[in-house]
Each structure stands twice: as structure tokens, then as C-alpha cells.
Design a protein around this ligand. Structure first.
Ligand code: C2O
Ligand code: CU
Length: 428
């Protein structure tokens, strides 16, 4: 299979040359044997296709639609996905956003594998270890391929009557929930405790919330929130992030509103038409939401402390001047990698003086938020894989380096990633 360079990273061929002692990325695979509980083939195509609501889009599909099929698995399942690239000319991969898979299954072109060329295929195998809401997307020329529709949802939880997935995406200026513009509907009997899994696959933060009821924020980025309380505020969902909202469906139904009342999903009995409404201006603040619970490690005992300063400056790339996003003064691929050893407790201080907000996504790990702008987190442990860092904000996060490999850490406003806001976490 001919190799296609990893356009996302400009570092094709890193797979196999990682400096992890005697390890290489290629050895850090999921289970090589065992019959998969979930076994699917996902085929990527470049094509004109129709959204579920009928509009025509020129972009990318997975098995003929966008979003692609929702993959459902249960904790403990072995998942096998055979990815086929039928006609995506830059090559493509699948990355399991938010699932802390073994490194070789992470699907990053130029880092953990070569992009799958037209006519090629790649098999991913990993175990579903943490219940939650995730998504998959190409990680090759992501700013084009994800935007164009090369993505889908993956939910690790048994299917239940009140379990609703709502993937929000903008195609060619058409804003959709599950590929439908305007208002759409999900049938859930009144009295059911619904869990609405909202996934922001766009490049910008989005305010979401349920109207017609109060609700609880029960999980963020595939990790449960401890001791959630009912709210009626909106929830600010970062690009790439997920939030699970829980509510008992009222007799007349309720509505998930995404940004404006014009984009919504009615959840209730067939034919119900609950009123739509503007979302409140207040948003749930995860720094204080929920109640404390153990996090399983001591961030006070950190043996790595990193500064991750996000800025912006003019510079040259291949001789062409531009305005680049920077990390500690450098843009990708000139940013020194963050080096860790397995078992390290890592603290990272992410500060942002770049003039814009950035949804920062760390692959392969979940981090706990310790503080924002010097104010300590006092709510539920706030685990995240995609953290919105506003302009002039500083977050302190901590995680355990427990998943060896070479991992991306980048802005999920994907054009920003291609404009330099990207680095690696690497195990020595
Ligand atoms: Cu959702 Cu590096 O990506
Ligand atoms: Cu950004």
C-alpha cells in the first residue's frame, strides 16, 4: 500500500520511528486476536449527497451518508472497524475522538499511521473501556475532510429508549442536527428519562440546552459528572466536545436548542411540537458544577510541569509570510514536544493571549481541570479531552501519563490546527 504523506502534520513516517525506548507506535496496538463484538466496515467517499433534510451538499460521506453510521458498543466490547477509502483523494483515516485507544489505533495520518489512499483500507481494533459519548472523524487534512462530512458518532452504552444522539454540524453554511436543518424530531415517550448526547463537530463553540424542562449535565467528554444538579442555563459546548443532558420527558415533549431556536430537535411523543425558545444567557460553569469526588491520583505530586502558552505572531512557512498561531512562541512542527514517561503525573498550565478562544484537544488521555484564572475547581471532578480556553484565560489541568505513544495535542478549531496550533505529547 503506497504511503500518502500526512498533510495534517508534515511528518509522514513518524509511525515506527518514535523514540519510546524499545517501543514503537506500531507495537502499541489494540487486541490482535479475539472475535469482535462490534464489527463494521466504514467506507469514505467524496461525493455530492443529500442531507437527511433534503439539501444537496458536495462533501464527504461514510457509507453514503453524513453523519456516517452511529457506532454502538457496550463497555468490554471489542470493536473492529474496517475503514475503506473509496474516493477521498488526499487520503483519509479515522480518529476516535475522546476514546483513549492504544496509540496505534488513534488514526492520525503521519503520526500513528499513513493516510489510507484511494483504494486502500485500514483495520482498527480496540476495546470499549469507558461508557460515554464520542465521535469519529478523519484526521487527514482534517480542516477540509471533517468540515465536508467525514465523521460520525460512537456511543459506548447500551441502547435505551431515551437515548438520543444529536451531532451538530455545519455543511456549506447549512447548520444541522443529525444532518437535518431546521427543526427535527426524536420519538421518546413522556415520563422517560432521556439522555441527550450532544456532539459539536463544528469549529466554533456552540450554546446548547433543553428548553421546556430543567435538565442535568450528567457527562462531559465521555466522563460522568458527579452529583449534577438541575439547571435551566445553557451549556457552552466547545468544538469537538460532547455533553450529555438528562431530563424526564414532559407530557408535551421538550426541545434541544442548538445556538438559535431555529435549529432544534423536539424530543417527545410522536407529533409533539413543544415550543422552541432562546437559550438563557447564563451558562453552566463546570468549575463549580456538581459535587467533589475522588480523582484517583494526586495532582500535588506532579513530576512534570508544562507551560502551554498560546499566542499569535507573524512568520514564514515555506517562504510565505503569514500570521500563525503559536505554542510557547513556535508553530507546528517547530514546537518542542511535551515529553513524559509512563506513570508520570503531569500538570499543564494552558494560557492564551492570542486574541481568540481555542478548544484544546489532547489525544489518548483525559485531564482533570484544577483551576481557571487562579480560581480552584470546587465542583465535580471536571474531566475533559476538549477544553475551551478563552482569550486571556489560564487553565491548570492534570493527568496521568498512562497511555504510551505519540499523541496529538491541538486546537479543534481545525483551521487553527493547520495554522500552527498543534503539538505532540510523547512518551520517552
Ligand atoms: Cu477530533 Cu486530533 O482530533
Ligand atoms: Cu484555535
Amino acid at each position: 500500500v503506497p504511503a500518502t504523506p500526512g498533510h495534517d502534520h508534515g511528518t509522514a513516517g513518524m509511525a515506527g520511528m518514535a523514540g519510546m525506548n524499545s517501543m514503537s507506535v506500531a507495537d502499541l496496538t489494540g487486541p490482535k486476536t479475539g472475535i469482535p463484538n462490534v464489527n463494521v466496515t466504514l467506507t469514505a467517499r467524496k461525493q455530492k449527497f443529500q442531507l437527511a433534510s433534503g439539501e444537496t451538499v458536495d462533501g464527504y460521506t461514510v457509507n453514503g451518508t453524513s453523519p456516517g453510521p452511529t457506532i454502538r458498543a457496550r463497555v468490554g466490547d471489542l470493536i473492529q472497524v474496517t475503514f475503506v477509502n473509496e474516493s477521498v483523494k488526499d487520503g483519509a483515516t479515522l480518529h476516535w475522538h475522546g476514546i483513549d485507544v492504544p496509540n496505534a489505533e488513534d488514526g492520525v495520518a503521519g503520526v500513528t499511521q499513513d493516510a489510507v489512499p484511494v483504494g486502500g483500507k485500514h483495520v482498527y481494533r480496540f476495546k470499549a473501556e469507558q461508557a460515554g459519548t464520542y465521535w469519529y472523524h478523519s484526521h487527514q487534512v482534517s480542516s477540509d475532510e471533517v468540515k465536508g462530512g467525514l465523521f460520525g458518532s460512537i456511543v459506548i452504552a447500551p441502547t435505551a429508549p431515551g437515548d438520543v444522539v444529536a451531532a451538530i454540524h455545519t455543511y456549506d453554511g447549512k447548520r444541522t442536527i443529525n444532518g437535518r436543518t431546521g427543526t427535527s424530531q426524536a420519538d421518546v415517550p413522556p415520563g422517560t428519562t432521556a439522555r441527550v448526547r450532544v456532539i459539536n463537530t463544528d469549529n466554533a463553540i456552540l450554546r446548547v440546552g433543553l428548553v421546556g424542562t430543567s435538565y442535568k449535565v450528567v457527562a462531559v467528554d465521555g466522563r460522568d459528572v458527579h452529583g449534577p444538579a438541575p439547571v435551566t442555563d445553557a451549556y457552552a459546548l466547545p468544538a469537538g466536545g460532547r455533553v450529555d443532558l438528562e431530563a424526564v420527558v414532559p407530557a408535551g415533549g421538550m426541545r434541544l436548542v442548538a445556538g438559535t431556536p431555529a435549529l432544534s430537535l423536539a424530543i417527545g411523543p410522536p407529533g409533539s411540537n413543544p415550543p422552541s425558545a432562546n437559550l438563557p444567557t447564563d451558562t453552566v460553569d463546570l468549575l463549580t458544577y456538581g459535587t467533589p469526588a475522588p480523582i484517583g491520583f494526586d495532582p500535588g505530586k506532579a513530576n512534570r510541569n508544562f507551560q502551554y502558552r498560546i499566542g499569535r505572531r507573524p512568520g514564514f512557512l515555506d517562504g510565505v509570510p503569514g500570521l500563525w498561531w503559536t505554542i510557547n512562541g513556535h508553530k507546528f512542527p517547530d514546537v518542542p514536544m511535551f515529553m513524559v514517561a509512563e506513570g508520570d503525573v503531569v500538570r499543564m498550565t494552558i494560557s492564551n493571549t492570542s486574541g481568540q478562544a481555542h478548544p484544546m484537544h489532547l489525544h489518548g488521555h483525559h485531564a482533570v481541570v484544577l483551576s481557571r484564572n487562579g480560581v480552584r475547581a470546587t465542583g465535580s471532578p471536571w474531566w475533559t479531552d476538549t477544553l475551551e480556553v478563552g482569550n486571556k484565560e489560564t487553565y491548570e489541568i492534570a493527568f496521568v501519563a498512562d497511555n504510551p505513544g505519540l499523541w496529538m495535542d491541538h486546537c479543534h478549531n481545525l483551521p487553527h490546527a493547520s495554522q500552527g496550533l498543534m503539538t505532540h505529547l510523547m512518551y520517552e
